[in-house]
Each structure stands twice: as structure tokens, then as C-alpha cells.
Design a protein around this ligand. Sequence first.
Ligand code: PGA
Length: 249
Amino acid sequence: MRGQIVAGNWKMNNDLSETESLITSLKAQTKTSNAEVMVAPTATNLYSAYNSLKGSGVEVIAQNMHFAANGAYTGEVSASMLKSVGVQTVILGHSERREYFNETDEMLAKKIDAALENDMRVIFCFGEELADRKSGNHENVVESQIKNALFHLEADAFKSIVLAYEPVWAIGTGETASPEQAQDMHAFIRKTLADKYGADVADSVSILYGGSVKPNNAVEIFSKPDVDGGLIGGASLNAEDFFAIVNAF
Ligand code: PGA
């Protein structure tokens, strides 16, 4: 059966010493749930974080990568570079990457292929904007994001794919989707997968919710049957809050 996952996306926060002190606080926490725990420091701190968290049960993952193996892509980092510093999992398609760095579904499909070719796991993010939700178009938007980025894959590839539904209007805004809105969309996502790949594949894929998940709302959101965990931004920068969410299962 699919696993529960709580991943912290630290975004462009924390220099080296701040990263190390957050890691020290993380290691002082106690996990009481079965959820897999991951944190995504900024690229410059991946290697030190990997070494500091080795054996702790907290996996260090990346926030982004380029699709090319190497070459003239100034400022970018490849899958094999991530792997060489111990990173096995990468977040792709975060709405901030789509909005500020013009990442398209087509580009994300290439990034997903590159990650899978390098035997990495992918947390693929997608979600509608407020205008889509207001106009009732949210399911169409999500369906096309999933189809465009993932539907060229063979069923087997979904062993290495985690989905993260993050409505853009709920990210960093303090506004969450209601547990019912999250459940409805997660069920729709699973049906979209089932229609293409069959129920076995759809039931095996973990679907995370992201967008203002906090200790005070995580229990209710995670209690929904199709919500398999969370991608946590703001609240993951505090070790106690983050583990309160990890332990909300
Ligand atoms: P947030 O961010 O928890 O601060 O809303 C979530 C995300 O961007 O993954």
C-alpha cells in the first residue's frame, strides 16, 4: 500500500549555520507516526545536510534540478550532481518554479524523465490558481498539468513518483483548502490516474497536500482517505511545528 510522507520545503531560507541549527533541532524531535520524513534545504546546503542527517530517518531532498545531464546551463544543477551528494529525491514543478522561473509542463516532463533515468524519486507538484478555483475550472487545470507532465510515462515509473497537490491560492497565504476540498481533489487525481493506468497504479501512488499546512490543521487534513501526507513550507522551518505535523497521522 502507498506510504505516508511529510516533506519540508525550506525554499530559499537558511544559510549553512542556520541549516545546521535547524537540523540539530530536528534530531531532537521524536517521531510517533509511520510517515516518511523529508526535508529540502537550499542547494548549497544539501551536502552538509545529507551528512548531518545520515542515519536519522530524515531524508534530504532537493527543491529543483535541470533536465540536462551537464553542459552550458549556467547556475543549474543536474540529477547526477544531486545524487553525488547523497540526494535521491527531488521536488519538481513547485508553483514558485512555474511562476517565477517560467517552468512549463513540457519542461517538467523532461525534468521528470531525467530524474527517473537517474533512479531518483520525484515529488511532482501542481495545483490551480485562485481564478481557476473561482471559475470552477480547477479540475480541468489539474488534469492537464498531470497529463502533460506524466502521461508519457509507463505504469512502472509511478513506483518513483509522488504527487503533491498544492492549490496556488493556499501556498504561504495562511489559507488552506478545506479538508473536504483537499479530499475531493485528491480523489479526482487518483481517478485521473486510474483511468489511464488502472486502479492498482492509482492506489499505489502517494498524493500529498500542500498549502498552509500547520500543526493545528494537519490532523484533519491527513484524516482524509486520499490525502497521504503533506508538503510543508512555512511550518517546516520550525522543528517542533514540523514534527507536530509529521506526528499528525
Ligand atoms: P506553505 O508552503 O506551507 O508555506 O503554504 C507550501 C509549499 O510551498 O510547498
